[in-house]
Design a protein around this ligand. Structure first.
Ligand SMILES: C[S@@+](CC[C@H](N)C(=O)[O-])C[C@H]1O[C@@H](n2cnc3c(N)ncnc32)[C@H](O)[C@@H]1O
Length: 377
């Protein structure tokens, strides 16, 4: 059976997500302008059940995969209730299962005269009424540990209703046994690896590696490592072919390749270097970590990918400016192929353009507008 699916990702990295969906499940995705403003942070595509498994278990750029059940325009909340009731929830939830609705609301200008809780309440009632019309039974709500999570959203005068197949965002890979004070989202780290165009025979380094997210994501990508440390909501969706998913999981696990890779990570802090080693062990990948000052170490690598200190939580803007200047000075001494650097400061870009060909990509990192600068010689 084919489903209409939406997947969420980092705002600004939609193209990376579109490419990954095509690589993993062979379907063409596009920015989702139905449930967002301007297709930011969401993509949509049509795919079969197996894609629901593969994207959750294997994707590195997506955050959540949602089965879209209904969408449209509305003028009153009651219309969202009616649109929910049109869906036959007996097809998706069984009698003994519980459910919860998670709703979001966004208005481009001004506000709505209702809250996201009001949307959740209308959709919840619609689910209960649809189910009882089909089966004569009343479904139970469980807000803490629901079996089925119904996602709903309102953007200006549009609404959508779907089923969450993921649960906790996929960027939470669960290998972070050591917590860095400013860790990078794994999905952004993966995207930066892909932007660097690294091939697995090349030498790769993150010279500001912190807890190792970027080199770990490079290694996971090269080894085809799935999201094996975590649970997914789809395992509780009884309308999906779960036995076939279990078989597919075995096939994916058998395809993991333990390669000998030239992936390095270094940081000035011995504590972070040790933490990064612990995280790589938990992720079951091999990365060579060492202690070093990025402004002084040899940068004799093919691809250099790093999330530099932003200077927001630690250090003064002056210190960060000096660090950026010294790092760029060091970088220009070596013949790497591409350097991909994440920052929230224009300073790094302004320094890099003096020596390299530079492209800039805007992303939203948490709530912070940041950018990835892509340098070539
Ligand atoms: C934004 S954090 C990187 C976080 C990392 N991407 C992660 O996910 O854990 C920046 C890192 O740069 C390191 N750092 C600061 N100055 C440095 C320098 N001169 N050389 C190497 N590392 C440095 C800090 O210790 C910090 O761990």
């Amino acid at each position: 059976m084919m489903y209409e699916l939406i997947a969420t990702t980092v705002r600004g990295l939609e193209e990376i997500a579109i490419n990954e969906v095509e690589e993993l499940v062979g379907v063409k995705a596009e920015r989702d302008t139905l449930t967002t403003v301007g297709g930011q942070g969401r993509i949509k595509f049509k795919a079969d059940e197996k894609a629901i498994f593969t994207l959750n278990y294997c994707s590195n750029s997506l955050h959540r995969v949602i089965i879209l059940l209904n969408y449209g325009e509305f003028s009153t909340l009651h219309e969202i209730y009616e649109a929910t009731k049109e869906i036959d929830f007996a097809k998706f939830i069984s009698e003994e299962q519980t459910f919860a609705v998670v709703a979001s609301r966004f208005a481009t200008q001004g506000s709505h005269d209702f809250t996201s809780l009001d949307v959740a309440s209308q959709v919840g009632q619609g689910v209960i009424d649809s189910f009882s019309e089909s089966t004569g039974k009343r479904l139970k709500v469980n807000l803490k540990h629901p079996d089925v999570v119904i996602s709903a959203g309102v953007v200006d005068n549009r609404f959508w209703i779907g089923i969450d197949t993921t649960g906790e965002s996929l960027h939470k890979r669960k290998y972070r046994v050591y917590q860095h004070p400013a860790p990078l989202k794994a999905s952004i780290a993966y995207a930066m690896v892909r932007i660097s165009a690294w091939k697995s025979h090349e030498k790769f380094i993150d010279p500001f590696c912190g807890s190792g997210t970027i080199p770990i994501e490079a290694a996971r990508y090269a080894c085809k490592m799935p999201n094996f440390l975590r649970d997914f909501l789809f395992w509780r969706l009884k309308f999906l072919p779960l036995d076939a998913f279990r078989e597919e999981k075995e096939r994916v696990d058998e395809r993991i390749e333990h390669k000998n890779l030239e992936i390095y990570g270094s940081d000035v802090s011995p504590k972070h270097v040790e933490g990064a080693r612990m995280n790589a062990d938990a992720a079951r990948v091999s990365v060579k970590f060492f202690e070093g000052d990025a402004t002084k170490i040899k940068l004799d690598y093919d691809r250099i990918v790093a999330n530099l200190p932003f200077g927001l939580r630690f250090g003064s803007p002056k210190k960060v400016a000096k660090l950026y200047k010294n790092f760029i000075q060091n970088l220009k001494e070596y013949h790497w192929k591409r350097a991909v650097l994440l920052t929230a400061s224009q300073k790094l870009h302004d320094l890099a353009v003096n020596y390299f060909k530079v492209r800039k990509m805007d992303i939203i990192y948490g709530k912070l507008p940041s950018f990835i600068i892509i340098c070539e010689r």
